[in-house]
Design a protein. Sequence first.
Length: 188
Amino acid sequence: MQRVLGYSAITAGTSQLPLAAGIVIAAGLASPLVARAGIRKVLLAGLAMFAGGLVWFAHLPVHGVYLADILGPSLLIALGLGMTFVPITILSVSGVRDREYGLASGLVNTSQQIGGALGRALLSTFATTRTNHLLAAGHPINQALTLGFHTAFVGAAGFAALAIAALALLRGRHPDATPAAATTEATA
């Protein structure tokens, strides 16, 4: 946003506040939704929203405008992320003994951090490679950067699609357990 749209650091940072708020709101809504609809449905919906926002971002115009082009996909991604956090946490501790909750939670957090770092590194490599090729071919910097980011967004949407496919194919012991049922069964 700073490089392509010319935003200051403050403006670029402030523009991300709706994303953060959307994640918080969606995470708060996810728990009652899991209780009503089940873990799998809420997680699939969250992943689908996340993937949809990424695909939307992959089609941003070079000279996009925040309200018309960036806010919508940002909010869709935020809602998707927020909707995934609760089901993932429930699944990670489902069936775990009480004394091992901390370990299970720590493993999930560590996996998220490592996976996020590796994913960002890979997607940054895709974006940088595409941007450099476009610059070498004589494309203007704003266009090259935008198209490089498009490549990263498509790659990230592909990862989300793989997660959706894995969730659709995987059959756990309690794929649609509600939090109360998962906790009861874990302590039984």
